[in-house]
Structure formats: C-alpha cells, structure tokens
Design a binder for this molecule. Sequence first.
Ligand code: GAR
Length: 220
Amino acid sequence: MSAASGRLALLLSGRGSNLGAFLRAQAAGELQGSVEVVISNRPEAAGLKIAQDAGIATAVVDHTQYETREAFDEVLAQKIDGFKPDVVVLAGFMRILTATFVDRFRGQLINIHPSLLPKYRGLNTHQRALDAGEREGGATVHFVTADLDEGPGILQTPVPIVPGDTAASLASRVLPFEHKLYPHAANLLLTGQVSLKAQGAVWGDEILPPGGRLWRPNSC
Ligand code: GAR
C-alpha cells in the first residue's frame, strides 16, 4: 500500500497506544495519510509525549478551563480546523462532544470503542460483556454522531473470551486488535471507500450494518 496525502488530527485523553499504532502504520507506509496534530483535553496525557517524541505538533485544550461544553468544543474545533484535517480520529478521547461539534466534522469524525457495537455502549464494556456471559468481546470503529457510541459502524473485530478472563485480561487482549483495526478503518475514509450518508455508513454500494463490516487482522 503506498502512502497517500490525507491529513489526520488525533484526539486523546490518556495513554495513547492507539496513537502509537497510527504512527507505526504511517512509518511502515501502511497509512494512507499522516498524523498532523495530536490534541488532548488533559495536559498530563501520556499520548502527548508519544507525539512530541515523534516530532508531531501537539496542542492541549484543557476542558477544566471552560465553563461550558459548548465553549470547550468551540475552541477545540478551531484548533482542529487550523490543521485542515481530512479525518479526525478520536483515540481514547474521553469527552462527550456537543451536537454542534459533531455536525461540524460530520463524516470526518471517527471513534474506536472497545466492544462489538451496538452492544455495550458507554463505559466498562469488557466487564459488562463478561457479566452477560458473552463468548466474544472486541472493538468497533464508527462514525461519531451526536448520540454516544451510536454512530454508524465502519469496521469491527471480534476477540474470543476465554475461561478465567477478567475485564483487565480481556482489555489487554483486545488492545492489539484495536491497533490493527483502527488505522485500517481510517484508510477506508482516507481513500474514499467508506463514507457517511443519510442511510448510514456506506461502502461502495453497500449500506453497512449498525456495527459495521466484520474484519479480522491477518496477524495480531
Ligand atoms: C482504547 O481501548 C479505546 O478503545 C478506548 O480507550 C482506550 C484508549 O487507549 N476508548 C473508549 O473507551 C471510548 N469510549 P489508548 O489511549 O492506549 O489508545
């Protein structure tokens, strides 16, 4: 796969292992674009250091400095716009975004969620999957819409649950799958193969199911 010139802005709140996966894909020529900026709502987010070490521009929009969600989102949106991204990647960005923000980046804004959506939206996904006796967990990349974790799915990958799994062990087994899934899903937008239409996420002539298309990496 040859590198293309799409521009990505990546938003995070913490560790940044998915950012690391994008940077590895980019270095390997497997990302159809480049990460232009990493923005965090938390000044102490470890992901900022990963970006700085890779020579990528960083910015902090600290949500505690804003009185309203609207005010925070407006500054965040302006910051993003300054980098003119084609795709805005939420990678562990733990803030609920307003409808105004989401509409501004409609069709360009994607998120990764650690469950097989539409199951287990929200928090504590792995524990809830275990409590429900599920046989598999997984992760989903989806378009972001105004309703939390309800935007149309693009791609999802299942991960088997094994006897004795805890939320922590399942999370650590799902994570490497996230790292393969997310850059691959972003490529589908960067190359124009998948887009957001009124009917949902569309891949060629196919309207994708709510959780997106099932996908398994060759190796993990
Ligand atoms: C990832 O597991 C991601 O799926 C999850 O946060 C983690 C971020 O890890 N996102 C959500 O739960 C969003 N609702 P990272 O900072 O190491 O990429």
